[in-house]
Design a protein around this ligand. Structure first.
Ligand SMILES: C[S@@+](CC[C@H](N)C(=O)[O-])C[C@H]1O[C@@H](n2cnc3c(N)ncnc32)[C@H](O)[C@@H]1O
Ligand SMILES: Nc1nc2[nH]cc(C(=O)O)c2c(=O)[nH]1
Ligand code: SF4
Ligand SMILES: [Mg+2]
Length: 216
């Protein structure tokens, strides 16, 4: 005799765990950095990061427990309040979480999923644009570098140009290459980035344009 399990809409403990993620903040703005600069996008900033960049501009994101767990359906509903359909998942380090369910729900809702990641954790989720910004403080995973649409190196001092080339050697042939000044060092490093790009034109300049525009 066949035993038929009852259909229930109550999620199991493991389903509940993936149906919500720690969310530090969400906002609709203009993508300020890299390839998609200037395009409207809804940002979901997830809590949690153990990479430890000394110059991180969002250290409040590091402690995942400091941020409320928000249901994925509620995040999608918030995104849909605005006319744009590009969603940037950032953090914190978003790949510390399994992003399979969040990105599937966003795709079902008609969104384009873009990620900002250090590449230090395995890639999960369905992505339309992957920006990898590797860090000296926790090495990026080679397979994440290989899948990057965009490599964005933060330039803090002159040694970062050589470090940038070492990582450019690990991405695919079509990955866009960007050099972005660390914000507190922008006055010193931006002129050096300009000179470097003129000499090495496969690289492009990326600025944190939202900080100049004074928007989130
Ligand atoms: C806050 S991080 C969050 C995503 C992920 N943890 C990462 O580092 O890619 C978002 C982007 O901001 C960049 N970033 C963080 N602090 C910065 C700073 N002080 N100056 C320039 N870029 C910075 C990161 O390299 C990354 O590309
Ligand atoms: N406007 C805007 N663009 C961004 N691009 C990447 C950001 C991030 O913090 O991940 C960011 C951000 O915080 N704001
Ligand atoms: S990996 Fe990203 S969020 Fe984490 S410390 Fe570095 S810049 Fe900040
Ligand atoms: Mg930012």
């Amino acid at each position: 005799m066949l035993h038929v399990l009852p259909v229930t809409s109550v999620p199991s403990a493991s389903e509940s765990a993936v149906a919500a993620l720690p969310l530090m903040e969400q906002f609709y703005t203009i993508q300020g950095e890299g390839y998609n600069t200037g395009r409207a996008a809804y940002f979901l900033r997830l809590g949690g990061c153990d990479v430890g960049c000394v110059w991180c501009d969002v250290k409040e994101s590091w402690d995942a427990d400091a941020h409320p767990r928000v249901a994925l359906a509620d995040m999608v509903a918030q995104v849909l309040q605005y006319p744009g359909r590009n969603v940037v998942i950032t953090g914190g380090e978003p790949l510390m979480h399994d992003l399979t369910h969040l990105t599937a729900a966003l795709h079902l809702a008609g969104c384009q999923n873009w990620i900002e990641t250090s590449g230090a954790y395995p890639l999960s989720g369905e992505w339309d644009w992957i920006c990898v910004s590797p860090k000296k403080f926790k090495a990026p995973r080679p397979e994440v570098l290989r899948q990057a649409h965009e490599l964005k190196i933060i330039v803090f001092n002159q040694s970062d140009f050589k470090w940038a080339e070492e990582h450019a050697a690990q991405v695919g042939p079509h990955t866009r290459l960007y050099l972005q000044p660390e914000w507190s060092r922008a006055a010193q490093m931006t002129p050096q980035i300009v000179d470097y790009v003129k000499e090495n034109p496969r690289w492009q300049v990326s600025l944190q344009t939202h900080k100049y525009l004074d928007i989130p």
